[in-house]
Design a protein around this ligand. Structure first.
Ligand code: P61
Length: 454
């Protein structure tokens, strides 16, 4: 059978709120036109993120019952450590409460004041931790990644010439590579590119740290698109992906199918010892890192489920189905369609709005008003301000992310979402921008407030 389908049946369901447009307008006003500030009880389809919003399996729920809540040396830690070594291939693992806990530790460990960290497009928390540690992030992703209409298969690739230049002129502790690249639209990086990044890094003595948050999705794309990879298992490809790095940061809330958890891996014995030492300062003892024993057990089971081909195929192809529906309805999206989300190109939806009028923020608000669907701005608000000049950073991509939690929504629900986005687009000409009326210092997109201009 060639058709994909969800390789599970549903055992428990949760009622979702169904609201009127009037109720949604009240909720949106109270939230300052920022979808992050909505209460989930006002949201019908919550496509804000795929982070921690996954449905756990019966095996994962059962795993919660064998949590060993010892302060030190929980058996769930050892099971998680063994699972990560086997499936991701690194020597040492430090658990953290979520991905940014791992980013904090690795940034503090490896970056010194004045260092430069090149990477395949920024991610908000990753770059912030690099900056807080004294580093400067430099984007070395291929140019195609900044063009939402370019259909190259590996838009997450590093531009090797750009990387070489940075390595030749700056002090670089490590190259920060993500698989897949969230802000570019969930785009994959190829094994060949990773191999070349490794070679370049080796020649200049830099390390390579992988953001493995969606590396299983990346492995699916490699299998689908990279010459010679079609017959390999996801596990094999994942192990090879990780083998080109010295360590990884991980938000288990994505690929690993849990609601909370993360980890840091490092191959070097001394660095791992130092990372464990920082873990006890910021996260908790190095055998729990801010997690309950039961969380670690559920994550170990989730990691095993995540590399199952039937699972990952249904995951990626469900996202693609939503994207294809949107294309059919004439909605401009980032292509190729990525692994965890469909990204709507707000510049093409609202060509009459300048980036200073926050077009993607407005589009996310309008989609919520239309159908109670919560999405996320990924444009000028998310990019924040340059810490040295205080000016807005102006990313080429001004996007709304429609993110699909794993194993949560049905294709029919997503078809309703697609029609709602098309309806919003039909009203584009009458829609104005937004004005920002409250702006927090760090990661402003989470808490900023806005007012509609018309
Ligand atoms: C998301 F609006 N992602 O996509 P933590 N690396 C990568 C991530 O995607 C990621 C983290 C590290 C989220 C949650 C989120 O600006 C935002 O477990 C590739 O969330 O700490 C998280 O992992 C950090 C949403 C994070 C955001 C930052 O929805």
């Amino acid at each position: 059978m060639d058709d994909w389908f969800e390789p599970y049946k549903i055992k428990a369901v949760e009622r979702i709120p169904v609201t009127t447009r009037e109720e949604r307008l009240v909720a949106l006003d109270a939230a300052g036109w920022n979808t992050f500030l909505l209460r989930s009880e006002d949201v019908t389809f919550d496509l804000l993120t795929d982070s921690g919003t996954n449905a756990m399996s019966d095996r994962q729920w059962a795993a919660l019952m064998i949590g060993d809540e010892a302060y030190a040396g929980s058996r769930n830690f050892y099971r998680l450590e063994e699972t990560i070594r086997r499936i991701y291939g690194y020597r040492h693992m430090v658990p953290t409460h979520q991905g940014r806990g791992a980013e904090h530790i690795v940034s503090e460990l490896l970056i010194a004041e004045g260092d430069v960290v090149p990477g395949n497009m920024y991610f908000t928390t990753t770059r912030l931790h690099q900056e807080l540690a004294g580093g400067t992030f430099v984007d070395v992703i291929v140019d195609e990644a900044h063009d939402p209409t370019d259909r190259s298969p590996f838009k997450g690739n590093v531009d090797l010439e750009k990387l070489e230049k940075v390595l030749a002129t700056e002090r670089v502790p490590y190259v920060s590579v993500a698989a897949t690249v969230n802000m570019a639209g969930g785009q994959p990086i190829s094994l060949e590119n990773l191999r070349q990044v490794r070679d370049l890094a080796d020649r200049s003595g830099a390390k390579v740290i992988l953001d493995a948050t969606r590396a299983v999705e990346n492995a699916y794309f490699v299998r689908e698109r990279e010459p010679g990879q079609a017959d390999r298992s996801i596990e094999d490809i994942l192990l090879e992906t990780c083998s080109y790095s010295d360590g990884c940061t991980m938000s288990g809330k994505k690929d690993s199918l849990v609601n909370i958890g993360g980890w840091l891996c490092l191959n070097d014995d001394d660095l791992a010892a130092q990372a464990k030492n920082l873990c006890v300062v910021y996260e908790g003892l190095h055998t729990y890192g801010g997690l309950a024993g039961r969380d670690m057990e559920a994550m170990a089971v989730g990691i095993e489920e995540s590399v199952d081909l039937d699972h990952i195929r249904a995951r990626v192809l469900q996202v693609r189905e939503l994207g294809e529906r949107l294309i059919e309805l004439g909605v401009p999206i980032v292509e190729p369609i990525g692994g965890h989300a469909v990204f709507v190109d707000a510049r093409r939806v609202y060509p009459h709005l300048s980036q200073d009028a926050f077009p993607a923020q407005r589009l996310a608000a309008e989609i919520f008003l239309d159908s109670g669907t919560r999405t996320m701005e990924r444009g000028i608000v998310s990019a924040g301000r340059d810490p040295s000049t205080g000016e807005h950073r102006r990313p080429a991509l001004e996007l709304v992310r429609i993110t699909i939690p794993r194993r949560v929504y049905t294709s029919r629900q997503l078809a309703v979402v697609a029609r709602s986005v098309a309806a919003v687009m039909a009203r584009a000409a009458e829609t104005g921008g937004l004005e920002m009326i409250f702006e927090p210092e760090y990661l402003r997109f989470f808490q900023a407030r806005f007012r509609p201009l018309m």
